[in-house]
Design a protein around this ligand. Structure first.
Ligand SMILES: O=c1ccn([C@@H]2O[C@H](COP(=O)(O)OP(=O)(O)O[C@H]3O[C@@H](CO)[C@H](O)[C@H]3O)[C@@H](O)[C@H]2O)c(=O)[nH]1
Ligand SMILES: [Mn+2]
Length: 322
């Protein structure tokens, strides 16, 4: 189903779980496949920052990629159909979102002004129309099984999302959002080092908050650096609802912790000296250690892992020589 849309691109497949299991990749794809042994071999002791038995492991792929634009997708997501029954080319829409400027400073009520058939509405300040704000992230949505947390899945097991909303909008500056890694694209050069999906899964007190954590971190850094994040089109078709009882066991601490984590991120103030993503991220890790460790010692470990991630990122992605 994905071949017409994925074949032109380079795939990086991150295999979680048992590395002795062989993954069969169909013919005709240009790809790299990494399992846990590869991650340990490449990163050595720094592999400790890459989660095991959780969706978070995918961020290893972001670190080793040599591409400017990244599209990440779950293994139970398929090509959606738009209301006219046409297959959605998610990659095409994501790249359009990323290549058009974003408008984080002033909300355009006709949604993305750069889309065909739309524009800035009246009284939208002309000084803000130059779209100086590059788009760093493009957050797509999902038909069929929506990205609900376990409690919601438990009370609404039969709910399916059939609503296809034909809109793309920039998430306003100063506003956090629950980023889902199921159908996500980003500009690696603009925000890649902040796309760390955290310490989740095996050996950790929490799971399934990987993309959420990354979303909160990238949003405060994008706000600080003058970058935008868009949400809306494209849609994918999400086929499998993971088991809500299993999910609840993995994510329940997050449901309590986030009542403190969100105010933490809402009050983050990065210094003017922080002008690169890495500098912002290291500053953020110090705030996490200082302000969230009282919530749970886990955040002390997470803050350290954030630093390890940046060290590993910089080791694998040395600044281009002049
Ligand atoms: O041990 C694991 C478990 C899962 N994965 C991969 O992670 C994604 C998501 O898994 P799944 O489809 O079971 O979960 P969903 O609830 O449908 O997905 C959402 O939950 C969050 C996961 O953190 C996130 O918001 C969405 O992805 C799949 O690709 C699994 O293969 C894994 O690698 N290891
Ligand atoms: Mn899923």
């Amino acid at each position: 189903m994905w071949r017409p849309f994925l074949q032109p691109y380079h795939l990086i497949i991150v295999q979680d779980g048992d590395p002795t299991k062989k993954i069969h990749v169909p013919e005709g794809y240009d790809y790299e496949l990494y399992n846990r042994n590869d991650i340990n071999r490449i990163l050595g002791p720094k592999a400790s920052c890459i989660s095991f038995k959780d969706s978070a492991c995918r961020c290893f792929g972001y670190m080793v990629s040599k591409k400017k634009y990244i599209f990440t997708i779950d293994d139970d997501c398929f090509v959606a159909k738009d209301p006219a029954g046409k297959a959605v080319n998610a990659l095409e829409q994501h790249i359009k979102n990323l290549l058009c400027p974003s408008t984080p400073l002033f909300f355009n009520t006709l949604y993305d002004p750069y889309r065909e058939g739309a524009d800035f509405v009246l009284r939208y300040p002309f000084s803000l129309r130059e779209g100086l704000f590059h788009c760093a992230g493009s957050h797509g949505l999902w038909l069929n099984i929506p990205d609900y947390d376990a409690p919601t899945q438990l009370v609404k097991p039969k709910e399916r999302n059939t609503r296809y909303v034909d809109a793309v909008m920039t998430i306003p500056k100063g506003t956090l959002f629950p980023m889902c890694g199921m159908n996500l694209a980003f500009d690696r050069d603009l925000i890649g080092p902040a796309m760390y999906f955290g310490l989740m899964g095996d050996g950790q007190p929490i799971g399934r908050y990987d993309d959420m954590w990354a979303g909160w971190c990238i949003k405060v850094i994008c706000d600080h650096l003058g970058l935008g994040v868009k949400t809306g089109l494209p849609y994918i078709y999400h086929s499998k609802a993971s088991n809500p009882f299993v999910n609840l066991k993995k994510e329940y601490k997050g449901i309590f912790w986030q009542e403190d984590i969100i105010p933490f991120f809402q009050n983050v103030k990065l210094s003017k000296e922080a002008t690169t993503v890495q500098q912002c991220y290291i500053e953020l890790s110090k705030m996490v250690k200082e302000k969230l460790s009282s919530l749970d010692p886990y955040f002390d470990k997470l803050a350290d892992a954030m630093v390890t991630w940046i060290e590993a990122w910089d080791e694998l992605n040395p600044p281009a020589t002049a």
